[in-house]
Design a binder for this molecule. Structure first.
Ligand SMILES: Nc1ncnc2c1ncn2[C@@H]1O[C@H](COP(=O)(O)OP(=O)(O)OP(=O)(O)O)[C@@H](O)[C@H]1O
Length: 223
């Protein structure tokens, strides 16, 4: 099991009291499968992904990534674990305006300290995998919204993650382009054997999921 969330509770400060964003949530994600987490706005989906990515430490419960428990680890160790094992696709691509598509991916490898030549080949291979071979040398303003999101996905795969966390990847896309992006994610999940967690509020994406869980007021239930 590549990702294991066990009995996670997360609260945020809320005036004099605390708001419970996640309430004793447990979730597993296996390699080569897409686990969709469905839920309305404010139900706790982004909080769940942030905990899974070890970007937020929960009040209680444990996160295990690729067999490595994260509880009690320092910031540096968590950052290293994240860089090695976790890919994150945020809602907005947040691409750097001055870099071409292939350079956006190479920057990731640079952060990881990989050899530039190997990184270039991997970046080109990933852009081909997401259907952007011909656009590899374009800058973000020369790409469509769907193409930018594909660059975002390819970038998240640069470090060959075992866990891929995806937050509403289609929120800025029309239905057809959104469905194509989710289909691509499912294909890459099988091809690259990632344990993918896809957070969405759109039920039409569920056909691509191997498992669906629904989050409601911070609690999980089968959909
Ligand atoms: N940093 C924060 N401080 C205080 N409350 C927060 C914080 N982040 C989220 N919340 C609250 O926690 C709850 C869950 O929020 P979260 O962003 O996880 O939901 P979501 O399902 O991802 O929503 P959306 O689909 O709108 O992005 C909400 O009530 C939200 O207002």
């Amino acid at each position: 099991m590549s990702l294991l969330l066990s009995d996670i509770t997360l609260t945020y400060p809320d005036g004099d009291s605390r708001l419970t964003a996640l309430d004793q949530i447990s979730l597993e994600a296996e390699n080569g499968t897409v686990t969709a987490v469905l839920g309305p706005s404010g139900s706790g989906k982004s909080s769940l992904l942030a905990v899974a990515a070890t970007l937020i430490t929960p009040d209680s419960g444990t996160v295990t990534i690729d067999g490595t428990p994260t509880t009690g680890r320092g910031r540096g160790a968590l950052t290293a674990l994240r860089r090695e094992r976790v890919g994150i696709v945020f809602q907005q691509p947040n691409l750097l305006p001055s870099l071409t598509a292939v350079e956006q991916l190479q920057v990731m490898a640079h952060l990881d300290g990989r050899a530039p030549r190997g990184a270039r080949g991997r970046a080109e291979e990933l852009l081909t995998a997401v259907g952007l071979r011909a656009q590899a040398h374009r800058r973000p303003h020369q790409l469509s919204g769907g193409q930018r999101q594909r660059v975002n996905i390819a970038r998240a795969l640069m470090n060959e993650p075992t866990v891929l966390l995806v937050d509403e990847p289609t929120s800025a896309l029309d239905h057809e382009r959104g469905a194509a992006v989710v289909g691509l994610l499912a294909e890459l999940t099988r091809q690259r054997d990632t344990a993918t967690v896809l957070v969405t509020h759109d039920r039409t994406h569920l056909t691509e999921a191997d498992r669906v869980r629904e989050v409601w007021d911070g609690r999980l239930r089968p959909a």
